[in-house]
Design a protein around this ligand. Sequence first.
Ligand code: NAD
Ligand code: ZN
Length: 276
Amino acid sequence: MVAELSTKLVAQVEQAAKLLRSAKQVCILSGAGISAESGIPTFRDKQTGLWENFSAEDLASPTAFARDPKLVWSWYQWRRELVQDKAPNPAHRALAKWQQGLALKNLASKQRLTLITQNVDDLHEQAGSEAIHLHGHLWRNRCSQCDSVFVESSANNEETKNAVEKIKRFSDELIACPQCGGYIRPDIVWFGESLPVEAWQQAEEAAANCEVFISIGTSSLVYPAAGLAQLAKQNGAKIIEINPNPTPSTVVDITLAAKAGAVMPLLVSTLEQSKS
Ligand code: NAD
Ligand code: ZN
């Protein structure tokens, strides 16, 4: 893996590890790019097949759902089918190893690491991490009208059981809310909607109080999440960005311009070595 990275990049990873070694609070924000190597397309990738004439911005919005709920629901069912068999990649796993304190046993009591994600997949959790989800969860559902959670496990009548089956089969048939009859939607924060209050408060607190902020695989275009790096910078943190492509972020101190799946294992093993 290291062979894929240039000497310059390896030196930059060491520089990043140096900053991280002395940090008591580290805040990490991950975006769609961290799941790209697991085979989940980002929003910047062109959509394929049936969906190639649609942009994500045109589908992931309350206006789109109000205009054509079946179209939006079908897109999410298609995304769920696409994501269902995907597994964490080395970037998710390296992060989990670090977070669990296995890699940094000696530092575990001194360092606090908060992982915030914009992703709606559960690959961080599958890898063993705890993450604050700013944009919701692909696998959860709620009512678009009365907001009640659609709890699959408590389906206690035939109609709801059938609905659960349809969701699991990735059927594009719309589901009616058992409480009010409104349409069920994915529990995801769409463009134009506000973020979950508690998750956002935790994210702001972690960003404002960290000494090092790492942004992994995010385009830094989607606000308010993109503002977290700025908040960290204003409070004196150093900013590290991991992304093979340039982003508009102007607050970055160290850019690690390579894929997260190559950089993260190296970064975590560099930290590990420095402690042994
Ligand atoms: P984005 O699609 O706007 O940008 C992805 C970024 O990842 C790009 O800057 C790209 O250069 C970078 N990237 C691509 N491959 C990479 C790799 N291997 N390693 C590191 N970086 C890589 O994604 P975003 O910034 O997260 O914001 C868009 C919105 O998309 C978010 O709200 C998120 O909820 C949603 N989204 C989520 C998923 C998911 O859950 N996996 C997938 C697509 C979109
Ligand atoms: Zn309802």
